[in-house]
Structure formats: structure tokens, C-alpha cells
Design a protein around this ligand. Structure first.
Ligand SMILES: Cc1cc2nc3c(=O)[nH]c(=O)nc-3n(C[C@H](O)[C@H](O)[C@H](O)COP(=O)(O)OP(=O)(O)OC[C@H]3O[C@@H](n4cnc5c(N)ncnc54)[C@H](O)[C@@H]3O)c2cc1C
Length: 406
């Protein structure tokens, strides 16, 4: 089958690889000259297989009024008509008691993702700083810590730590124990540089005999004949295929709209800095400040914030200053040189579950909306998509990710 993958972020690249390996003739299209140039470039670098709880929850509903009044610095909201429509769906999900179902579905997809990444690396040794560094989640508020305690039957081994134990585990921390309620440590969690992974997988795709690459190619209007998507228009002419995979990240909604479909995806902006120098032994999430720290080869990635403010990709100096200040207050790492400021848009659905599988438009498949967890879920999403396109029994439940839920 000829399959055209729209988008060369981490989700499009993995889709292209899994499809090509399954024997399909793949065309990969992106507007940038290089792969992974948008949300996948400099994200938080956490392969967060155990922490997949959705953003929408009854607890979020309780916090929402304070957030909307500006009480939470990590989250900023500037309402627009698109956000209001998305937000109404988000509120319905918060009230629906779907947290358990979503978490179970995401855990299954995350486990598949971990297994598929390991298999990929056996065949293709890619160098992107993958490390089982373990993740320490720090809680500054006693209430948050109590809510977060793992259940005794949790699938993954986790340790509940006192403030003093957190500091012993991660000696680079310089928070006073009295400022912490405690921590949860998950030794099996991994880190890796998503941008480097994209570059390396792209190099393999370039050499793959089943793959044609069309970079620097903005995707124009869809070409629909007798109710079937048969092509896409580009400046360099139409690209035709038997199936199309929509993996345009935050841009997925616009292409879907041109196809007559409404996808509930909103761009949620985040920022990061990359501080040169090895400092951390583990990946750390500062839960109260919504900032994550990941050790990469020779650097520390610091990322955070969820700004609901439309598609503007400007790197905001105030956000970068907050990350730098938080890093220097939490660890002894800031101020060691150029910090490579960056901003990206997470493609978020109201229930935090990606959209994977056929769309209502014949010929168009979806693999998008991975939101906060696109790096973690990419390889599993690609495998699930490939199995669905081929009509095979999927290796994890597919129904929770079907677009028909909206
Ligand atoms: C600050 C921040 C921290 C994060 N931390 C983590 C983390 O620690 N762990 C984790 O798992 N996830 C994390 N994420 C989420 C993760 O980065 C995203 O979910 C993931 O990168 C989305 O990948 P994607 O391929 O869907 O989108 P993108 O990487 O944005 O790729 C979409 C591609 O589509 C192309 N495109 C769009 N429109 C068009 C068009 N019209 N024509 C041609 N090409 C087009 C773009 O050029 C782009 O290359 C984080 C995100 C942010 C912003």
C-alpha cells in the first residue's frame, strides 16, 4: 500500500518507520527542511511510562477557578473561541469520572511504546542519550503528596520517600527538607533527547528503500474524490496515496478542518531551556511548580508550563527567566553558559488521549493529539496505527483512542 505520512515530528517519523518496516511504500512530508523541528525538538525529555494520568480530572475541576483567576503561575489561559469550544469538552471530561479508564488506556499504550522502542533499538542502535535514570517526583504540598501515593497493587515498583530521603537519592537537590512534603521515586523511568532521536530516525528513513522524503514542503489543501482522500496539494505538485496519516501535531486541526472534520485538539504551549553540564543523576519532576528536569548527555533539560494562548510560538523571556530561576533555586546548575531557550505547542485533546485510527474521511488515518506525552507514546502509537491500517489485531486496546469518542 502507498501511505503518505503528514508531519515529520516524533509521531510522524515513528509512523513512517513502522509503516515502512511493515512493507508499505511511505512518503513523508513536512514544511521544515529538518525533522522534529516543532514540538519534538527540545521537550522535557522524559519517557514517562508510569506517569500518564490525564490533565482533566475532578481534582482539576476544583483547581480550575483559581487557575483562571491567575492563581497558578505554571498555567496561563487567554480564552479564544477555539479554546472555549475545547474547554467545554475538557470540563465535561473532568466531570465524567473517566480518569481511571484514561489512565489504564494510556498505561497500556505507554507499555507498548517502551517495548517497541526497545525492539527498534535492537535493530537500529540510535544514539539519543537513552538512560534508565529513574524519576523522582517532588511534592511541596502535603495534600498533593497524600493524593499521589501509589496504590499497593501498582504495576511498576515505586518508592515513597521522606524529604531527607529525596535529598539523599538526588544529592544535586538544594531544597531545604522543610520545603518538601515528600517524593515518589520510580526507578524504571527513562530519559532521552527527543530531538536527537528524530534526527537519527530520519537518517535511517532516508536510507530506507520503502521511503520517499519530501521536506521543505508545506501541505496545502486535501484532494477528495467521491468522498475519499486521494491526495494533498503542495507547491511542488500533488502527492497521491492509498492512505494518509495525519501527524501534524498542533497543525493537525487545520488540515482536518480543510477535510471537513472537527478535531478537538488545542495547542498548549510550553517552554524549555537546556543547561550545559552534567548535574542530575535522576529525572526530577517538581510537581507543585509543574517543572521537569532531565539529565541528558552533558546537559540538563528544564521544561514546563501549560499556556492556553493559541498558536503563537514566540519564546517568552519571562517564562525562560522563571525556568532559569527555578533551576538555580532547586539545583546547583544554572548560569553555566547559553541555555538554549525554546518553546513548543503540545497537541492536546480534552481527555489527554491521542487520536489513533481511521477518521470519518475515507483514506485518512489519525495519529495525533499525544499532548504532554508525545515522546513517551510515539513508538506505541506508531505500532498501533500500523496494525489498524493493516487490519491486524492491535497489541493494546485501540478503542480508547478512536476519534468516535468525541
Ligand atoms: C515544553 C514541552 C515539554 C514536553 N515534555 C515532554 C516529555 O517530557 N515527555 C513526553 O513524552 N512528551 C513531552 N512533550 C510533548 C511532546 O513533545 C509532543 O507531544 C510531541 O512532540 C508531539 O509530536 P508530533 O509529532 O505530534 O508534533 P510535532 O513535533 O509538532 O510535529 C508536527 C510536524 O508537522 C509539521 N507540520 C504542521 N503543519 C504542517 C503543514 N501545514 N505542512 C507541512 N508540515 C506541517 C510541523 O512542521 C512538524 O514537524 C513536551 C512538549 C512541550 C512543548
Amino acid at each position: 500500500m502507498k501511505v503518505c505520512v503528514l508531519g515529520a515530528g516524533v509521531v510522524g517519523l515513528t509512523s513512517a518507520w513502522w509503516l515502512a518496516e511493515a512493507g508499505h511504500r511511505v512518503t513523508l512530508v513536512d514544511r521544515h527542511p529538518c525533522p522534529g523541528a516543532e514540538a519534538s525538538a527540545a521537550n522535557g525529555a522524559q519517557l514517562s511510562y508510569a506517569f500518564v494520568a490525564p490533565f482533566a480530572s475532578p481534582a482539576m475541576l476544583r483547581k480550575l477557578p483559581g487557575m483562571l483567576l491567575g492563581g497558578e503561575d505554571a498555567i496561563r489561559v487567554a480564552p479564544d473561541p477555539e479554546l472555549i469550544a475545547w474547554g467545554l469538552r475538557f470540563l465535561r471530561v473532568c466531570a465524567s469520572g473517566e480518569v481511571g479508564r484514561t489512565t489504564a488506556a494510556q498505561l497500556a499504550l505507554a507499555a507498548l511504546s517502551r517495548a517497541e522502542l526497545a525492539q527498534l533499538l535492537q535493530a537500529q542502535p540510535l544514539d539519543f542519550g537513552l538512560r534508565t535514570a529513574g524519576k523522582l517526583v517532588l511534592y511541596r504540598k502535603a495534600g498533593d503528596f497524600v493524593e499521589a501515593r501509589p496504590s499497593p497493587g501498582a504495576a511498576v515498583a515505586q518508592q515513597v520517600l521522606t524529604p531527607a530521603e529525596c535529598l539523599t537519592l538526588e544529592p544535586s537537590l538544594k531544597i531545604a527538607p522543610s520545603a518538601l512534603a515528600g517524593g515518589i521515586y520510580t526507578p524504571s523511568e527513562q530519559v532521552g533527547d527527543c530531538g536527537a532521536f528524530c534526527a537519527q530516525l530520519f537518517a535511517r528513513l532516508r536510507r530506507h528503500s520503502n521511503v520517499e522524503i519530501r521536506m521543505s514542503t508545506p501541505i496545502g489543501r486535501p484532494i477528495v474524490k467521491r468522498g475519499i482522500l486521494t491526495g494533498i496539494a503542495t507547491d511542488a505538485g500533488a502527492i497521491e496515496a492509498d492512505r494518509f496519516v495525519l501527524s501534524l501535531g498542533a497543525g493537525s486541526k487545520a488540515f482536518a478542518r480543510a477535510c471537513g472534520l472537527t478535531l478537538p485538539i488545542y495547542p498548549v504551549k510550553g517552554h524549555s531551556i537546556t543547561i550545559p553540564g552534567d548535574a542530575l543523576a535522576h529525572s526530577v519532576t517538581d510537581y507543585s511548580r509543574k517543572i521537569v528536569y532531565a539529565p541528558l548527555d552533558g546537559a540538563t533539560r528544564v521544561a514546563g508550563f501549560a499556556d492556553f494562548k493559541g498558536y503563537d510560538l514566540t519564546i517568552e523571556p519571562a517564562r525562560i527567566a522563571t525556568l532559569e530561576k527555578a533551576a538555580s533555586a532547586t539545583f546547583d546548575i544554572a548560569g553555566k553558559g547559553e541555555n538554549s531557550p525554546w518553546a513548543g505547542l503540545r497537541p492536546m485533546t480534552p481527555d489527554s488521549r491521542p487520536l489513533i485510527g481511521p477518521s470519518p474521511l475515507s483514506g485518512l488515518y489519525l495519529n495525533t493529539g499525544q499532548g504532554m506525552l508525545g515522546w513517551t507514546l510515539a513508538c506505541g502509537s506508531a505500532r498501533l496505527l500500523t496494525d489498524l491500517i493493516e487490519g491486524k489485531e492491535p497489541l493494546c486496546p485501540a478503542e480508547p483512542f478512536a476519534v468516535t469518542r468525541f
